[in-house]
Design a protein around this ligand. Sequence first.
Ligand SMILES: Nc1ncnc2c1ncn2[C@@H]1O[C@H](COP(=O)(O)OP(=O)(O)OP(=O)(O)O)[C@@H](O)[C@H]1O
Length: 258
Amino acid sequence: MNMTVDEKTTVQAAEAIRIHDVTKRYENGTVALSSIHLTIEEGEFVTLVGPSGCGKSTLLRIMAGLDQATSGQVHIQSHAAKGNEQASFVFQEANLMPWRTVLANVALPLEISGAPVAERKARALAALEKVGLTAYADSYPRQLSGGMKMRVSIARALVSEPKLLFMDEPFGALDEMTRHRLHEELLNIWMNSRLTIVFVTHSVFEAVYLSGRVVAMEARPGKIKEIIPIEESYPRTNAFMTSPAFGEKVRAITNTLT
Ligand SMILES: Nc1ncnc2c1ncn2[C@@H]1O[C@H](COP(=O)(O)OP(=O)(O)OP(=O)(O)O)[C@@H](O)[C@H]1O
């Protein structure tokens, strides 16, 4: 079938999330977000950075449907197939159930949605494989390191095969080496999928390394100050981290934030 250029563009760059003029005022009067406009395309990796209190988590929660905007519109793509979730969330804490095995923790979202036992097990094992933890399926959370717990948390988020993955400082509590290993793993998972990832961090380095676009926010009230594209192609390597281009992006974003 022949497509016009416009149709092709629409197909290749479908919108995953469109935020139009969103404001959030909490009940105590705090204006956490003011006039936010942001469009995220399907398959993008976008990071929100900014000082404490600029509304990163609030914006992420509104995009994920965990909180409501006070005014404005939030449009989310609706491609979820039956049995799959539209969106998953990963927090800084892995929040695993200590009495459940790794496999049973990962399978929990499927259990809640009523999937048959055999399907739960197969899909949970497939998700564990994506994070390299197949060998730990029968272990308990207390037997795992912090990085492994976070991998389990990511597997649990992926098990329902979401279109959108929202991550709120997921690696903030990890040591630098573990954090970097998880960067590589997350980028691999993302490159092998059609996931759209929205990621919150305090680290400008992490934002530049991971994302295709960095949304720099400012506080009181929370606003988008600038959206910075990171043109470096994927897969990204350690050489990118030590390149002048990386340093320039980090400097430019840091200047925007200060
Ligand atoms: N439930 C709430 N009730 C009242 N105010 C809130 C609530 N949640 C957040 N806030 C306020 O809204 C503003 C934005 O908070 P938010 O947590 O979204 O910022 P953040 O950029 O994610 O901060 P941090 O980097 O410290 O996590 C802050 O001033 C915060 O105190």
